[in-house]
Design a protein around this ligand. Structure first.
Ligand code: HEC
Length: 137
């Protein structure tokens, strides 16, 4: 049974690789990619969420779509090594970012505005603590 599962997963994996055009699908997003996709520009999920939480009756569907992205990309942040500064310290901050992203997503799924918003505040105020030690100039 174990053997069968193994064979199946090898086939599934090869199929995925074919569809991905030979690219290494398992490679985590780089820090730069995560930063750009989530934070950069007026159209970034960070800004969209900020606006979405201001509504009296938030649009939970779009908040959930956005918060999911924070979890997916946030998971990759601690998989990277710090480009600058103490590596263990970076991991700690990156893990904290991921934890807050998960709390944001959990709150969004439950449509719990105080919980989701509190977690979002932690995400959106985490920037400087990490940049000051770990962002190359
Ligand atoms: C755990 C650490 C960490 C946290 C938290 C973090 N950043 Fe970053 N950020 C970095 C690092 C490291 C870089 C530099 C990446 C590189 O140049 O390879 C960076 C780069 C960036 C960049 C430049 C991307 C580019 O175009 O090159 C932007 C914009 C940015 N961060 C925004 C933010 C914002 C906004 C927040 C908070 C909501 C945030 N970051 C939180 C570590 C972090």
């Amino acid at each position: 049974m174990k053997r069968l599962a193994c064979v199946v997963s090898v086939i599934a994996f090869s199929a995925v690789s074919v569809w991905a055009g030979g690219d290494d699908d398992k490679k985590p997003a780089t820090i730069k990619e995560v930063m750009k996709k989530l934070h950069k520009g007026a159209d970034a999920p960070l800004n969209k969420l900020k606006t979405a939480f201001k509504a009296d009756s938030p649009d939970w569907k779009s908040i959930q779509d956005l918060s999911k992205g924070f979890v997916t990309l946030g998971a990759d942040l601690p998989k990277n090594d710090a480009p600058k500064g103490d590596k263990a310290d970076f991991k700690k901050l990156a893990e904290a970012y991921y934890e807050n992203a998960k709390a944001l997503d959990a709150g969004a799924k439950k449509k719990d505005k105080p919980a989701a918003e509190a977690a979002f505040k932690k995400v959106s105020t985490s920037c400087m603590a990490c940049h000051k030690d770990h962002k190359p100039d």
